[in-house]
Design a protein around this ligand. Sequence first.
Ligand SMILES: Nc1nc2c(ncn2[C@@H]2O[C@H](COP(=O)(O)OP(=O)(O)OP(=O)(O)O)[C@@H](O)[C@H]2O)c(=O)[nH]1
Ligand SMILES: [Mg+2]
Length: 700
Amino acid sequence: MKEYPSTHIRNVAVVGHGGSGKTSLVDALAFVAGSSKRHGRIKDGSSLTDYSPDEIERGYSISLALAHAEWEGVKVNLFDTPGYLDFAGDAIAGIWAADASLIVLGASAGVETGTEKVWEYSRTCEHEAIFFVSMMDKEHADFAKVYGQIRERLTPKAIPVEIPIGAGADFRGIVNLITKTAHLYKAGTKTGEYDEVPIPKEIQADYEKYENDLIETVASTEDALVERYLEGKEISHDELVTAMRAAMRRRELFPVFCGAAELTYGARALLSEIVELVPPPSDNPSVHAEKWGTVEKVELQEADQAPFSALVFKTVSEPHVGDVSLFRIFSGMVKNGQEVYNPARSALEKLNHLSISQGKDKIEVDALHAGDVGVIAKLRDTHSNDTLSTQATPVVLPRIPFPEAVIHVAVEAKERGDEEKINLGLAKLAEEDPTFHWEYNPDVRQTWIYGLGERHLEVILGRLARKFGVHANQAKPKIPYRETIKGKAEGQGRHKKQTGGRGQFGDCWIRMLPMPRGGGYVFEDQIVGGAIPSKFIPAVDRGIQEAAVRGIQAGYPVVDFKVELFDGSYHTVDSNEMSFKLAGILAFRNVSPGCKPVLLEPLSDLEVLTPEEYLGAVMGDLNSRRGQILGSEPDEKFLKLKAVVPEAELYKYATQLHSLTQGRGTFRKKFRGYAEMPSDAAAKVIDEFEKTKKEKEEEA
Ligand SMILES: Nc1nc2c(ncn2[C@@H]2O[C@H](COP(=O)(O)OP(=O)(O)OP(=O)(O)O)[C@@H](O)[C@H]2O)c(=O)[nH]1
Ligand SMILES: [Mg+2]
């Protein structure tokens, strides 16, 4: 493998809606360049970057994967990212680690919700972006329609640089408006070969219109050009390209290309455009890093002579290899076998078998230069989002803002005794995937897994089975209800047992009163004159607490109440701590039902972002979930709706919101606290408790 200096590298994140043709495009680009030896296909599970067993099985991308195409002396690094929002973490990581976004659209599907999302991420990273309208060979392919949608829904600054010749079954070539040439593909070509011909007559009119638009648009980005354009003077090819590059850098212009990746049509032309228009890493402004352990800023130049820094943007665990870290060098260079430093974990790491990745194949290299992307297996203590640097200049790079989990379910072992193994597997998977996490909830005694969507969690459980050999089912998460009291009452708890020898005796009188929400549990000893000897009083307290954990009405822990112990009696021989603890338990059981017990449920603060047209549907749905709507306000193009909703009503809310808003709505949720449950909802929980109690009793 040739060594590529910074000036001869391009880093492109291939992003777009699910199924828009990204993986097929990456495959075609690497193949026509000759960098990948075979033309892989999604359909037969042979594509270059969808190589993991779960991707082959499902037929879509799940993980970010790397490939490259060596073209015109330049190495184009391609980050194939998944389109489904469930795996958006990898799309964001890809955009973050690359320098430009190649946004792929289907020529018949056009702009979809996933396209809007990746456009937003790319905008946040201030990336240059290129649009590629693929699948021009598909039925109903319509380039002009898709271009119109891009302008309307994404940006009016998009401008075609290529237009198709024919569409659908008749799609046979492309015209480049800058070089003023047409490529006609040879039917059945395997590597995208074409004949270069003059502009065909049948599209002459289209050509003139688009060419005029392009020149006018590019000229208008620079005063000097605009004047010459208005004077009707010729603008040269080089001037156009230079102006385009500059405007792309300022995000004032986004070129649109087209083709049919699966047929390799347009792949060669696109590679040349990437080489020409996307800036090499050496052109990037310096990176703002932070000196480890300080707030001191360090400006790092993307040049070989700068101190080494790289961000691990992804880790994957691969069979027979172990953990593989994908990293992007932001400054400096590294040599195979070099020792680097992970400051956040105080870990020295050796880069043995420094490699680059062509799909699943690793190609060992001697060195990697500033701006390049590499892979390394078996780092000791380095995870996604960690910075690798040197001990002499320990720095941390800005971290990838991974999206927060929006959905959680409980998991249950299919086979008893597998719980421990499941938790170990989940912990490992969480290290790999920053958008996935898990916890054991002791309140409800369930393991909960959190992710970006149902599909994400299904994939996680699939991996658990495949990699760790343990099978788990999804279950509805139990709600950690609480109980409390609203009224005051008093009464006795008396434990007396006369067996053969020494008996048991404990007797107490308590008063129970409500405490404010969050006030906790308070025990007050009001015994005067030794009615209960002081050494037994803590036992009464313990008994009450023990009983309170088991609930009053529905078996949930009782919170926010006060107990005053005001009287009692004892027996000099038969009384002991155990008897008074039992007396405490009995007192709680006798008195609490008379204190107007109620159920408390967890509430969440919800912030929903939705396009205005779905506001009614979103509000109606929240109302049906016992939500209390606090108000709405504009938030850029969307409306932000605030509401308080019981957690019990939010099971799989992400999925529902997705379908209500055609995938465009998003939400964030935060635990707000506990509040009293309305009696009808509480009655259902109490019934459920009674039912399971009865079943258990019958079983016993
Ligand atoms: N007709 C036609 N079909 C294509 C073309 N490119 C891709 N496809 C098909 O479209 C489907 C989706 O293609 P992928 O390359 O997997 O799309 P993707 O964008 O990577 O999908 P995700 O990774 O799931 O987001 C596959 O069945 C491909 O065979 C094309 O140029 N023409
Ligand atoms: Mg894909």
